[in-house]
Design a protein around this ligand. Structure first.
Ligand SMILES: [Zn+2]
Length: 299
């Protein structure tokens, strides 16, 4: 049955599922899911939608993960499940429509109209929102109003790597749950010299760029592993388990709230650039320069 939500099939998510099972008895209007990976947040949100809409969950307290309702939710095809992503443009949405739609003013208007109707099934409508920006634009203002109006028929789920990437007014309306961070203590000894060189660069502004500039010095898979080292260091910091003896932890721990959120965003962007085939040295150079500037501002 776990194959329905593969990203959270691991035992590390059992506690989180138990919390959601309990919450399902009286669902909060807005649930915020942070931590974990993007796929894990999505599967957790779908688990939540199943908890609320699976016909047997009302009596057993846990979704069956097998009925048509659960299966439609897992496939993103349930009529009472809607998902919006601020990172998708209207054009991308029109050209290649999928279960996740663009999020903009037009969509908030449509959503508010839809919210007046009863859900199709016996449960509640579940609206997933991701990729929201920190800037207070027209769409986010309209969204805030929609979240403010209490609804017996709809619940919202906000998905973000960290709550600091959302407007504080959204966070304050939310019941926040943190997904288990990736296994942040599993080391990659081969990458240690690279990790230490990056850390040294963040402190002294030298060394790293020469190291990565050499022809064939680091390939895309090496760069991906180094990015993972960075993400793990940030995970340790965010979960209060960083190791001051590790140079990268010591360099990154000085960043505060917004700086940490920006760094997480840049790690993700760097990975995306690698996926698109940008030269690994170029990607790491840009990342290191951005982190160096940020760290200098942090003092
Ligand atoms: Zn079910």
């Amino acid at each position: 049955m776990d194959t329905l939500l593969p990203a959270i099939a691991h035992a590390a998510f059992d506690r989180l599922k138990a919390v959601l099972d309990n919450l399902g008895a009286a669902p909060p209007q807005v649930l915020l899911l942070e931590g974990g990976s993007e796929a894990q947040r999505m599967d957790t949100a779908r688990y939540w939608a199943m908890r609320i809409n699976c016909p047997t969950a009302g009596t057993t307290g846990t979704p069956c993960l097998a009925c048509p309702s659960c299966q439609q939710i897992a496939a993103g095809e349930h009529l009472d499940l809607a998902a919006y992503d601020g990172r998708i443009s209207n054009r991308e949405d029109e050209e290649n429509p999928g279960p996740v739609h663009a999020f903009n003013m037009e969509r908030v208007r449509e959503l508010k109209v839809r919210l007046r109707d009863a859900p199709h099934g016996q449960g509640r409508r579940v609206v997933l929102l991701m990729g929201l920006s920190l800037t207070r634009d027209e769409a986010s203002n309209a969204l805030l109003k929609a979240l403010e109006e209490p609804s017996k028929t709809t619940v919202f789920v906000l998905l973000a790597p960290q709550r600091e990437q959302l407007l504080p007014t959204l966070v304050s309306r939310s019941f926040c749950l943190t997904l288990p961070w990736p296994d942040c203590h599993a080391d990659d000894p081969e990458m240690q010299p690279w990790e230490d060189a990056l850390a040294q660069f963040l402190v002294q502004g030298q060394g790293f760029l020469d190291k990565i500039a050499g022809k064939g010095a680091i390939d895309a898979s090496g760069a991906t592993r180094l990015l993972l080292c960075c993400q793990k260091a940030m995970s340790r910091i965010l979960s209060g388990r960083h190791n001051p003896a590790r140079p990268l932890d010591a360099a990154l721990v000085l960043l505060h709230g917004k700086g940490r959120a920006a760094a997480c965003q840049w790690f993700a962007e760097a990975q995306e650039a690698l996926n698109y085939g940008v030269t690994p040295a170029r990607v790491l150079e840009t990342l290191a320069a951005r982190l160096f500037a940020l760290r200098r501002m942090a003092g």
